[in-house]
Design a protein around this ligand. Structure first.
Ligand code: ADP
Length: 397
């Protein structure tokens, strides 16, 4: 059974074709610059060279058509016809309170996804364009929506309500939703599988540290708290996002920097975080290089980033009344032992101890805590596409 996984953005569309009996990626690629000059498809079939096709791609429908012809091409294709695609799994960013799990897409589901557009105006409309395009071209193939927010729908009111007047929630749906759910779910389940334990018996803290970063408290397999909130701007200090700030800073900044509201939101999303603090880069490889050549602000940015992570790990251990495992994933979490060490170095009082040699590892599933650590610390590379394919498979088999 082959599942096509689609992650549609407003001008891009990433895809993976996954063969489910072996859970293996047989082709992947991305369409870039949809509707913009210079659009292209980069397609990589498993075990063969990447093929780049440059042609005008005015909309998502043409993008999907191009992906399907690449997948069925006699030279660089991996299937002989579209009939070999059993189902399509779509990443959808926001499912609000409508969806606490992945669902088969029908008209009612589409209407609910549309209703979530005002909560994720940059993402949901693009995700819908991907779904509509697939439905038009592959009308008989079942489609599944997998939401970034769904895993966090198990949070209790204590965790998801802000200290705002209740009407903010009851009238305007303002609450904490959380994001990166597919990743947090995947790595927590994968960890339980790797150590051969029932996830129901585990208290896990999952740290997804990439360009966007978030931490989740997973108690018995359920998300009970997470750092991102109403939008992905809340929580940790990220590549270019500020994370938590005092809301009174917003009007103060608007006044001091003579910015409009839109400019201020853009500033908080794109000009802040470790990029804004360091003035160097949002990429930790650049930050370490700058720090090593004596740049103090780069060092400060790394310190601020790690300190906030430490605080959330501590608070989530408190929220769950203990912690059995801490998991690191995504670009930074999977690749950078120094960051991982800095995040847990003051948590010895919780019984956390790293194995320095193992912590030097990159991009592998590996226990990085020492044998006498009371808490397991692991690197578990994330695989959101596989998680989407697994959910799609379950709903369509
Ligand atoms: P996203 O999917 O959120 O765009 P990723 O999970 O791909 O992000 O993470 C990207 C980030 O990972 C980069 O900005 C970079 O800071 C970090 N990264 C990747 N490799 C390394 C490395 N070897 N050392 C430190 N950071 C790294």
């Amino acid at each position: 059974m082959n599942i096509l996984v689609i992650n549609a953005g407003s001008s891009s569309l990433k895809y993976q074709m996954i063969e489910m009996t072996q859970q293996k990626v047989i082709a992947k690629g991305a369409v870039e610059r949809i509707g913009i000059d210079g659009s292209s498809l980069a397609h990589t079939p498993e075990g063969k060279d990447k093929v780049v096709i440059q042609q005008p791609i005015p909309d998502h429908k043409v993008a999907i058509q191009l992906v399907l012809s690449a997948l069925t091409d006699k030279d660089h294709g991996v299937i002989s016809s579209m009939d070999e695609i059993s189902a399509v799994g779509h990443r959808v960013v926001h499912g609000a309170e409508f969806f606490s799990d992945s669902v088969l897409i029908d008209e009612k589901v589409l209407d609910a996804i549309k209703e979530c557009c005002e909560l994720a105006p940059l993402h949901n409309p693009a995700n819908l364009m991907g779904i509509d395009a697939c439905k038009e071209i592959m009308s008989d193939t079942p489609m599944v929506a997998v939401f970034d927010t769904a895993f966090h729908q198990t949070m209790g009111k204590n965790a998801y309500l802000y200290g705002l007047a209740y009407e903010a929630y009851s009238k305007y749906r303002i609450r904490r939703y959380g994001f990166h759910g597919t990743s947090h779910k995947y790595i927590s389940q994968r960890y339980a599988e790797l150590v051969g334990k029932d996830i129901k018996d585990l208290k896990i803290i999952t740290c997804h540290l990439g360009n966007g970063s978030s931490i989740t408290a997973v108690d018995g397999g359920k998300s009970v708290d997470t750092t991102m909130g109403f939008t992905p701007l809340e929580g940790l200090v990220m590549g270019t996002r500020s994370g938590d700030i005092d809301p009174a800073i917003v009007p103060y900044l608007m006044d001091k920097m003579k910015m409009s509201l839109d400019q201020t939101i853009n500033y908080l999303n794109k000009e802040c975080g470790v990029y804004g603090i360091s003035g160097v880069s949002s990429d930790f490889r650049d930050l370490f290089a700058a720090m090593d050549s004596g740049n103090d602000r780069a060092k400060t940015a790394i310190d601020v980033f790690c300190y906030r992570i430490t605080k959330f790990i501590g608070s989530y251990a408190a929220a769950m009344g203990g912690v059995d495992a801490i998991l690191f994933t995504a670009g930074i979490g999977e690749n950078n032992g120094i960051i991982r060490e800095k995040c847990v170095e003051s948590l010895g009082f919780l019984g956390i101890k790293l194995d320095n040699e193992k912590n030097n590892t990159r991009g592998k599933e590996l226990r990085i805590s020492s044998d006498d650590s009371k808490v397991d610390v692991w690197c578990v590379p994330t695989n959101e596409e596989l998680m989407i394919a697994m959910d799609t498979f379950e709903l369509c088999k």
